[in-house]
Design a protein around this ligand. Structure first.
Ligand code: ADP
Length: 488
């Protein structure tokens, strides 16, 4: 109640308020006239005691009302003041010189009061218009933000949340706390790759520090009602014309359903590959038995057919084991059994095996120094095999594929060089993504699924190594990977 009265009386609280009161300045000024009369007749007991005091009181009142209620408030206070002055002249029965001076003073003061009322009232009205225009802009922005189908959070340059839309409140199951500073504390519990996030991992905080946009980070948010939702967050710092960061905005979308669908798809692939694995393994075994059996009868035609069947089932087995690996990577279930072994020997063995099955291309190994690494032998075998088979596959015209194993900067480095079709620069990073294959407008002549390099990338990353390609379209590619050396 008291707070409301204080707000009603304070001219500052009325800034931006364009509904000006008539009654308040009218009653307020009259009230002070009555007060002054009471003072003159009952306290000072001198009818002329109000003179100077009245000037101070009414100047203050006119400023106050003009500032609170605009020019209208100022005019009303001025009119009543002038009226009161004439009332004084009449009620005190001024005569002769006193009457002339009284009227003169009233007229001069009247103009002065009017001037004050106009200037201050106009100032107040201008401020109100400016404030209204600004809040109009804000309202329009808020409207736009509310209509967007994604969650939005906006902070100022210090990371203090200044705006958020309803959609984000809906996604998070709580109201985003306006005025909360991101980067120091989290206002909601969330996880990034199964680990609780620290406040500095907030995309808004990060973009404010670096000035660079953060794109498509996925978090699992644990809502106050304990429901878990997966969100994709992008954030960007907003700069003014001079490049100074003035705010940051983030866009948050709920991808829980999409994730569930992806998980179901991965589960399906996993299950299907497992189911396919068993019959193919037994088919392979039967082919082996049959080959041995037919050998006795020297039936060359049937034997060559069996070789073909064996080759095809081998291909099938490879596809299935790749599918299984991809789904294991997806679910974080790809495990590694590390041991010390000679990388150069492993590469040599692989080359021997692949050379046997390759006609027309020579695979040569450069540098044969012993290099021992501590890694998962089978997984590294997979990476090297994939790189060399790719080199063979994607360079049908090449005569020689050069493999090099060497020690460089305290690491083991393997490279596979071909002079085949090459890879355009913009696609060189993408070939390590899941199921990515270089798109060509020509008819597709190279069979494959784009799983090999994705698996290799994952394996090498898990070994704390690096994998990359140097390539020029039409001229050939060199694939590299590094591994930490075994500690002595
Ligand atoms: P796949 O070979 O089964 O399609 P990979 O993951 O091994 O899958 O390779 C991904 C893509 O990278 C290939 O589809 C091919 O477009 C490109 N690529 C890989 N190795 C080479 C290479 N040596 N030369 C040219 N392109 C290559």
């Amino acid at each position: 109640m008291l707070e409301r009265l204080r707000k009603y009386l304070s001219p500052i609280a009325q800034l931006g308020e364009t509904h000006y009161s008539t009654v308040f300045p009218l009653v307020g000024t009259l009230f002070f006239c009555v007060l002054l009369e009471i003072y003159a007749f009952m306290i000072a007991r001198d009818p002329d005691a109000v003179g100077l005091l009245a000037i101070f009181v009414f100047v203050a009142l006119i400023i106050y009302f003009a500032f609170r209620d605009g020019r209208k408030g100022g005019f009303i206070a001025t009119a009543i003041t002038i009226g009161y002055y004439f009332y004084i002249i009449r009620s005190r029965a001024y005569q002769g010189q006193q009457l002339v001076e009284g009227v003169e003073t009233t007229v001069i003061l009247g103009f002065l009061y009017l001037f004050l009322a106009v200037v201050i009232g106009w100032l107040k009205e201008t401020i109100d218009q400016l404030i209204e225009r600004e809040s109009d802009e804000k309202r329009r922005l808020q409207n736009v933000i509310e209509q967007l189908p994604v969650g939005i959070i906006i902070t100022d340059a210090n990371g203090v949340i200044v705006q958020a839309n309803n959609k984000i409140n809906h996604i998070l199951g709580m109201d985003v706390p306006i005025g909360f500073q991101v980067g120091k504390e989290n206002f909601i519990v969330s996880k990034l790759r199964n680990k609780l996030t620290t406040p500095s991992q907030s995309p808004l905080a990060q973009t404010l520090v670096s000035g660079k946009p953060i794109v498509g980070k996925e978090f699992t948010v644990i809502r106050p009602d304990k429901k878990e939702v997966v969100v994709r967050v992008s954030a960007s710092a907003i700069q003014n014309r001079t490049g100074k960061i003035i705010a940051a905005a983030s866009i948050i979308s709920d991808i829980t359903q999409q994730k569930e669908l992806e998980e179901r798809k991965d589960d399906f692939i996993n299950m299907a590959s497992h189911e396919l694995k068993t019959p193919i393994t037994s088919m392979n075994l039967y082919v082996d038995v049959l080959t041995k059996y037919l050998h006795k009868y020297k039936d060359e035609k049937s034997e060559s057919m069996l070789v073909n069947i064996k080759r095809q089932t081998g291909k099938l087995q490879k596809i299935i084991s790749d599918l299984l690996d991809v789904s294991r990577i997806q679910t974080g279930k790809l495990t590694y059994t590390k041991e010390e072994f000679r990388l150069d020997k492993l590469v040599e063995e692989i080359i021997e095996t692949l050379q046997d099955a390759t006609k027309g291309q020579t695979i040569s190994l450069r540098k044969k120094t012993p290099i021992i690494v501590y890694a998962d032998r089978f997984r590294i075998y997979q990476v090297v095999t994939n790189m060399i088979t790719n080199a063979i596959k994607y360079s049908p015209e090449t005569k020689e594929i050069v493999v090099e194993v060497k020690r460089l900067d305290g690491k083991a480095q393997v490279s596979v060089k071909d002079t085949g079709i090459g890879i355009a620069r913009d696609q060189q990073k993408r070939i390590f993504e899941r199921l990515y294959q270089v798109g060509d407008t020509h008819v597709k002549t190279f069979p494959g699924f784009g799983m090999g390099l994705h698996i290799s990338n994952e394996i090498i990353k898990r070994h704390k190594g690096a994998i990359w390609v140097e390539s020029e379209k039409g001229k050939g590619s060199t694939f590299y990977f590094t591994l930490p050396l075994a500690k002595k």
